[in-house]
Design a protein. Structure first.
Length: 206
């Protein structure tokens, strides 16, 4: 039997999540706080947050945040006020996840993603298409990883990081919590907490 699912919010991440559902989930619809988004769309229906209470048996996938709001992901997701057991884990059928990897709840892993042995993916994590997470990598809770990112072995991402698409991170480095790496960054050394870094090689923005 398919699991009932509600996706929050109705944004680009949520739309991409729909294509990751495979045969495991039956989408009830989206929940969104913006009244202008609510109502029937061509392929979906968008509700207020009340839909989460109306269907207590349904799981929820919360895919909040972009570059402007990534630091608020924890606060926004917590405001849904649901237990961790209700959060979904959505992995595209064409993603490759090692049996030795650990994947947290409220995770979205899109098509073409490769996660290898002993990687640990935290809770509330989004990984966009065609990114590679190598062995013994740790991705902290509330992180957002763009597309075509390569994270080499032994890297540790703190909580609530935003990794721009096309970024490469050299092995055994540490990216501090609440840091943002710009698109195409080539990270060759540790990045402190609450930093922004861009370029090749990546340099901190003051």
């Amino acid at each position: 039997m398919k699991k009932k699912l509600i996706i929050f919010p109705f944004n680009s991440n949520g739309l991409e999540a729909y294509d990751c559902l495979g045969d495991e989930f039956d989408l009830i619809g989206y929940a969104d706080d913006t009244p202008e988004k609510q109502g029937k769309h061509e392929h979906f229906e968008v509700f207020s947050r009340d839909i989460i209470t109306k269907y207590p048996e349904a799981q929820v996938l919360a895919v909040v945040g972009g570059t402007a709001t990534y630091k608020q992901r924890k606060e926004i997701i917590a405001s849904l006020n649901i237990s961790e057991e209700r959060f979904a884990k959505v992995i595209h059928p064409k993603a490759s996840v090692s049996r030795l990897a650990t994947i947290g709840y409220n995770t979205l892993i899109m098509a073409g993603v490769v996660i290898t042995s002993n990687a640990v993916i935290g809770n509330h994590v989004v990984i966009l298409p065609n990114s590679v997470v190598h062995h013994d990598v740790t991705i902290g809770d509330y992180c957002f990883v763009g597309s075509n990112v390569v994270i080499a072995g032994g890297v540790k991402l703190g909580e609530n990081c935003f990794i721009g698409s096309g970024t490469n991170i050299i092995q055994n480095t540490h990216i501090g919590s609440f840091s943002l790496l710009g698109m195409g960054a080539n990270v060759l050394k540790n990045i402190p907490e609450h930093s922004k870094a861009v370029g090749n090689p990546a340099q901190l923005l003051m």
